[in-house]
Design a protein. Sequence first.
Lengths: 460, 462
Amino acid sequence: MKHRFTFWLTYACIALFGSLGLLLLLFGKKDARPSDEENRMLAGFPALTGESLKSGEFMEGIESYLSDAMPGRGRIVAKTASWMNALSLDKANDAQADADVFEAVEQFGEDEPDAPANPTETPEPTDPEPTEPGQNEPAPDVPEPTASADPDAAGTPRIPREIETCTFRQIRKDGTYRTTYTFERERVDNAIRVLNAYRRKLPENGHVFFTQVPFPDIAFTLQNGDYVGWESDLEAILAANVDDGVEVVSALDVLEPGLLAGEDLYFRTDHHWKPRAACKVAQAMLKRIGIDALGYDDYTYNQNGGWYGSRVSGHPELKETTEPDTVEVLIPTLPVKGVTIDWNGTEKPCPFMVTDRHSYLAYLGGTLGPWRRYETGVDCGRKALVIGDSYICCFVPYLAPYYEEVHTTDLRKDYYDAKRAAWTVSEYLERNEIDDVYIVLSTASGVNAAYVTEYLWKYL
Amino acid sequence: MVFSGLTFLLLFLPLLLLLYFINGNVRWRNGVLVVFSLIFYAWGEPVMVLLLICSTAIHYLLAFLIEKAARPMPKKLLLALGVTVSIGLLFWFKYAGFLLGDVLGIAFTPPSLPIGISFYTFQILTYTIDVYRKRVRVQKNPFRLLLYVSCFPQLIAGPIVQYADVEDALASRKTSMTDFGLGMRRFFVGLAKKVLLANICGQALEQTLAGGSYSFLGAWLSALLYTLQLYFDFSAYSDMAIGLGRVLGFRYKENFRYPYLSCSASEFWRRWHISLGSFFRDYVYIPLGGSRKGRLRTVLNLLIVWSLTGLWHGAAWNFLVWGLYWFALLLIDKQFQKVWDRFPAIVLWLGTFVLSMIGWVLFYHTDLSAGFTHIGAMLGIGVNGWIDASTLSVLRQYALYLPIPVLCCLPVVPFVKRLMKNHPRLGRILRPVTATCAVLLAVCSLLFLIGQSYNPFIYFRF
């Protein structure tokens, strides 16, 4: 027989696959558990019920389980990422140092800030200047918004006709600037409409807060001397055109002085902000409704050192040249009770602060969902819903002292499934008598991304 | 369930092969295959599997009655009933939303589309029509007919297997170590095409298109990436189906023959999705009269076939326009055949390739205006500069990767096969090498499935 070798080899391969599957079924870790490397919960074995079979939840669960329970998964993730990296002109070390790493992803709306498969793969443009007309012009003043909002016209463009785009610019020492993000008029209009739509779902005295937080790579450029300041007209345009009760807070303005002063606002080795930054933004938001919130230093923290986040965990070689991060985990002043609320409304306890954890999962235990509710023990009669990406995990603890309940949800595509959800966001707001909505997004999920252009609308 | 899922690779396939080969009896094997095929389908569509079974039962009964009917008129009526039921179901699930919502403007929530309905509807129609034409015998065993319709390798994304091609294999088929080895090798190569080529091209495409506006190079790069992604995605599925079919004792016809080497529109469609082209030729174009009823009628027949080809891919205007686009190209191709013959092959190839890319742009954008904007940008209309940051970023990120899928569009495998055939000694050396490469590709694909999560199958929606 000519193909005996082919037969035995392919037979051995499929037998190996089958054995691996069997071993995973028999001995794989059956419980969901957090992964520090990937910054997310790894899937456990799905519940086998008639309902889960009918809805397809079991089948999806098995696929996730087989992937997540795979022995050596962390290494496989790193290895496949490094293979792709090897075929790229951008290498890990370039990316580590360069502020432009996340630029392309953020600017064009990638909306997956949680555990990118290999964040350092995203290349920096070699010389992006030629692609952005007018970048080296002197920094202009932020244009004064002039339009008046029409609260009833949800579909009518609201921003002044003469404004084609909004931009986020990084200012150089010589006064020239570099346009880092461009927000087309259509996207800005959409953001205004979506914020107003959320506002209309709240009681009369309710508020919608919105901010988008820059990624660390951009933030670090203020600290390493590449740039001396930021400038963005987006927030001003948004603020001038949204309805009453919508508060647009510029995280850029809030964080810029601290960054210039050398404050530790972002993890060096991860793609998230630190509690100090989250606290500053929460303070700024609460101030808009007359609450003089506690500052970062008014709380006590556990200092859990030795953590390497997503920017380094996929590149073991970087560990030799990079200092690990310290995770400051707030110790709650009141006993907060947290529950996750399942697609069908089933509640299960979940952590608020995992005080001994050495990773970003210390904050709220990572992204669990689809819904979470934290009963803070504060008797103030107000409830908030925080909508966002993984940046909310660090942010929510600083809202807790000012609300009776803080609810959270993450509408990104891998975290939210409208088909399975028992309620729309509107229904959830009504059902839980939410007063205020906080929309806190990293720029990767911001105005240019599907989160704002699609998910916030679709799931409302 | 999908071939490139861990559930399939680690659980379903090994268990199926174990049970299938444990007993050589064809009844046992058919039984195992029917049960596993229904599980395979129900894994993604737990409820809609009943539709597939009902549809098969109806055609089983109708074909039986067609054969029993003595006179032509009842036969015709029964055939018409079968076609109406199947096309009616397909229409309801796939086109009702489009017709009522998009065309007539009536508010209507379309039902969810059962996976693979376009494929299995056509397959079962080939059975009933061929029984009517007396091209095949009526299948008395309902489980064999169910096996034909539901046989998992080709169930949800083709190739469209005509009943006549597998009629004998349903009753008795041989398997061998050679067929197992070569079938699995083909399956592994298909898996690698899907995971290592189509998925990564898809990722790059998403990154390129994420900006929402096009630079000139960005428009071309995204068109090229989709052209590659679609080919590798769909041909990979066909490779896997053909490979698995061979392992199980079925011989399915080729569905792709290096379409991007074509030098004309007609050649392209002789190389791309061959089983769909064959279906429309045998069951629509020829029954309409083909090219035998005059020039005008031929054009009309082609128009009908290409409108249907477009709509078969999806209920949206862009698919219809895409079908008509190919209709126009084929007409021009035929009309000016003598003119084209004067051009060098490289010019014809380049022209055909670019035209197919433009066609895929129409195919990609379900919003027709977005498709035209993209094509406009490819022609330099309304572009946002020559190159934008995301295009530059994708080019840098995939700089060393991009030549790989481009090279894989070339007939490397047939070349190696020819080499092995013409030089037997070299063949003896290369045979284990090709098998080892296929297995290594399978292992790499498995690692990518675990390590990287982007894994959509484009042709599922059809």
